[in-house]
Design a protein around this ligand. Structure first.
Ligand SMILES: Nc1ncnc2c1ncn2[C@@H]1O[C@H](COP(=O)(O)OP(=O)(O)OP(=O)(O)O)[C@@H](O)[C@H]1O
Length: 323
């Protein structure tokens, strides 16, 4: 396998606002062609990092490099990055063509080239033929595609996306994720993505940075983070997880890792509380003392169960956290 090239480096980067909030001692290498998402609850510092990369605010200390060159101190337009925000920021009085052509005209690109680039980029974002429309004539998802197209036209070497799909409804969001993935792999562009939606981070990213209160909790691939969360915080933030108190320890087990023994006994025992058929699998809640444990089982098992039945539960795979 060829050596992966580092695209972006955050080197001991600190950004403190006047009130003391912000992020401290951030270190991260992002490789060329990677999609990395920063995931965490509101206020954990995701946007602060993205804005520091994009040049929308200065850093307090540390360095940021792209292709080995420090970009600290450069204004956004001098950086090889393009940022797409949650609100699409298209100019309402301009057609789609004019919105897209604007930055290219500033760069004095010849008209024939502009026309060609716009045609190609609209095809890439599945919006061919929309040149003469105004933003208000497009849906939210379509406007966001145009906003992404507009930033890609300037051929950035990195695309920075700040919750770009959060204003869209669930189905369109999913579609947009797939499209972004396709665009990313067609262009091989490096993408840094900010989201508070774990599903979005899981489906889109090569690596996820889980953040908590201005610090990194865990950095890893979606499967690493899902299978081996290194803290209770990460375990609770990604996917579904049961937490069971065991003295001063907490056992964390995913619903799909609980084996239900019908009528039998297991590591813990309880009674079926609810049975919910969710298509190809069934979610069964079992009352075990004070805890309610959620288990995903197949129809074969659930067909043998009724509310109130005694069951045993075995944990195939679990994590133990102290604290
Ligand atoms: N311009 C600012 N001045 C002062 N404090 C700020 C400023 N911008 C952000 N903060 C604070 O810094 C912390 C991190 O904010 P940031 O916007 O990076 O979080 P976030 O994880 O992106 O949250 P959200 O998902 O809500 O955008 C928060 O406590 C926030 O209140």
């Amino acid at each position: 396998m060829s050596e992966r090239k580092i695209k972006l480096q955050l080197k001991d980067m600190t950004k403190k606002y006047d009130n003391g909030d912000g992020v401290e001692h951030i270190n991260l290498d992002i490789y060329e062609g990677e999609i990395v998402s920063f995931l965490g609850p509101s206020g954990c510092g995701k946007t602060t990092i993205l804005r520091a990369i994009g040049g929308f605010h200065d850093v307090t200390s540390g360095d940021i490099t792209i292709d080995g060159q420090s970009i600290v101190g450069l204004p956004p337009e001098k950086r090889p990055t393009a940022m797409v925000f949650q609100s699409y920021n298209l100019w309402p009085h301009m057609t789609i063509y004019e919105n897209l052509a604007f930055g290219l005209k500033l760069r004095k690109i010849p008209k024939a080239q502009i026309d060609e680039d716009i045609k190609n980029i609209l095809k890439l974002v599945s919006m061919s033929g929309s040149e003469k429309k105004y933003p208000s004539q497009l849906s939210g998802g379509q406007q966001q595609r145009i906003a992404i197209a507009r930033s890609l036209l300037l051929k950035p070497s990195m695309l920075l996306l700040d919750e770009p799909f959060s204003a869209l409804d669930a189905k369109i969001r999913q579609q947009m994720r797939e499209e972004l993935k396709k665009i990313q792999s067609d262009l091989g562009i490096t993408v840094v993505f900010v989201t508070h939606d774990q599903e979005e981070a899981m489906t889109l990213s090569h690596r996820i940075v889980v953040m908590n209160k201005g610090k990194f909790e865990q950095v890893g691939s979606p499967t690493e983070i899902y299978d081996n969360p290194n803290s209770k915080y990460v375990a609770s933030f990604i996917g579904e997880m049961n937490f069971i108190k065991d003295g001063d320890k907490t056992i964390a087990v995913r619903p799909e890792n609980v084996n239900v023994v019908v009528g039998g006994s297991g590591m813990v025992n309880g009674k079926v509380r609810t049975i919910m058929v969710l298509g190809h699998y069934v979610s069964v809640n079992v009352q075990c003392g004070d805890d309610v444990i959620k288990c995903f089982v197949n129809r074969e098992i659930s067909d043998q169960l009724e509310v109130g039945d005694p069951v045993g539960l075995n944990f195939e795979k679990y994590h133990t956290f102290t604290e």
